[in-house]
Design a protein around this ligand. Sequence first.
Ligand code: HEM
Length: 389
Amino acid sequence: MNLEPRVPTPEDFPGPSHSPLVAARLGLWLGVAFGLCFVTGLLSHFIQHPPGWFTWPTRPVNLYRVTQGVHVLSGIAAVPLLLGKLWSVYPRLFVRPPLRQPIRLTAHVLERVSVLVLVCAAFFELVTGLFNVAQSYPWGFFFPTAHYAVAWLVVGALLLHVAVKLPVARAALRTPLRRQQDGGEAATTGRDGRDSSERRVFLRTSAGVAGVAVLATAGVTVPWLRRVSPLAWRSASGPQGVPINRTAAAARIAVPPDWRLEIIWPGGRGTLSLAELTALPQRTAELPIACVEGWSASASWTGVPVVQLLRRLGAPTDRPVRITSLETDGLYAASTLPAAHAGDPLTLLALRINGEELSPDHGYPCRLIAPSRPGVLQTKWVARLEVLR
Ligand code: HEM
């Protein structure tokens, strides 16, 4: 008997789940999940850092809530799909390719490196995303910048991977499940049927686990799923029935007793006390707080429409407006309302939530609430509005 250690080959892993069909099916589903993540993530990035050509509509009011919910939930679905896919293809680590021509060697090395980049970058995106929804940052880099940059790596490496695997994937997906692999001998021994049903079970289990993971967390943003989503990391609970990420104490907010809202526009300036703001015509609207971390919750907000306030003061209503908070050192101490949002009658300087005066944690004395906008841009503890040129 030869007891010398031997490097295994893919043939040493004959399990039906290690087939090109399983790799291609799971790859297809992963491609959809990562595609959704990429498009919705890009939208969220552009909303927060808009290039000149980008505009984001104010309606439907839940639009950002939906796109960011899809972003986080498709990322969650991708976790079991990625694990299933890697289980399916790991025997390919042991392929020993013939390296006869130098040109082949270069192409081969590049392809191997791109697969390594794809796997590492895909894991990085999913793991950092999960830590982010848990609001935990056990690393030294700035999460949004790293997550955004690595997303491009995933997409680049994924496109290359699909291009390389397209012939195998096409052939595998075109062949009916029961005729995969094996050939005639298997058909006569009955192994063919057993293998195809094992492949089906593996694929269904992977899809099922992804579905359960989504269902277990979707209540974070879909109100009617809250009862069946035990792992939703946020619900409708929080001060005044709406969750918050940053308390007034954490932001070290001290509202001066003589607080006045300052409004500045090209060629003019005005101030209003809280009593004067409260005396203005108010509007009540049902609008969501939709966080970049995927959770969202609707509330009934009452306040002064920004457009009416500007009109009343004689300020222009067709320009972007910079909103500044009393917060001095937070990342989100100021935000800019694009012209479309500033001119929308549903964009409010809110004074009340669900019929009550805003609590300090929700932004007392007044906060911004605008339709279809990330929560980090709904500036709290507002001190100043500045109409930009
Ligand atoms: C984030 C997404 C994906 C990851 C991380 C991933 C990962 C991998 C890895 C590590 C391999 C083994 C590579 C090798 O050694 O040759 C592989 C193989 C393969 N992948 Fe993907 N993949 C992804 C998406 C896709 C997509 C979108 C498709 C297209 C439908 C696809 C189709 C395939 C096929 C057909 C194989 C070859 C299986 C075989 O020959 O047995 N993959 N994938």
